[in-house]
Write a protein that binds this ligand. Structure first.
Ligand code: HEC
Length: 150
């Protein structure tokens, strides 16, 4: 089967499963596929990406999310710590990227380029202690294949 089709349909199925609030559909899908847990490729980033992301973060995000990423003056959600990790760790890197690029900043979602969002995500990953390595992609399909994992 065409791998792109596979990837897209998998994402659609995940979206439907999540929207319905049921993991049952998803597990049934995994069982139907008969495959074991796929090999996980950790999402990594370069030092340059994280540096550029830090500059952008301090300009556009810090007021709401704080210098230490634990929440700032204007009440943004913490981007570090348990509540953050419970949402994104062990999930596909595309989830965090999509939340950022589709909803942040609240007054102008999508105002940055895809690579700009990838840079900011690199900085968030760095501050959460994830390892540097290969560049973090800025393409949602490529990010979907990577897992946020230590
Ligand atoms: C005006 C304040 C404000 C600004 C500026 C802002 N955010 Fe947010 N951000 C929020 C709020 C509020 C939430 C929680 C939204 C919700 O739960 O629906 C949030 C949520 C998030 C989340 C999801 C956190 C989670 O727990 O799922 C991420 C990631 C994020 N912001 C990143 C950014 C980045 C990167 C920037 C800079 C480009 C930014 N935000 C700018 C207020 C802000």
């Amino acid at each position: 089967m065409n791998p792109d089709f596979n990837k897209t349909s998998m994402r659609q199925i995940m979206a439907v499963g999540l929207a319905a609030g049921t993991w049952l559909g998803l597990s049934a899908f995994a069982v139907a596929q008969g495959d074991a847990k796929p090999v996980e490729h950790p999402a990594t980033y370069t030092a340059d990406q994280a540096d550029r992301g830090e500059t952008a973060y301090k300009r556009y995000c810090v007021e709401c999310h704080g210098d230490d990423l634990r929440g700032g003056l204007l009440g943004g959600a913490p981007l570090r710590g348990q509540s953050f990790e419970s949402k994104y760790v062990e999930g596909p890197a595309s989830s965090l990227f999509e939340v950022m690029s589709e909803t942040m900043p609240p007054d102008a979602p999508g105002r940055f380029s895809a690579s700009g969002y990838a840079d900011m995500m690199a900085y968030i990953l760095k501050r959460n202690g994830f390892a540097e390595g290969a560049p973090l992609p800025s393409d949602v399909d490529a990010l979907y294949d990577l897992t946020i994992i230590k």
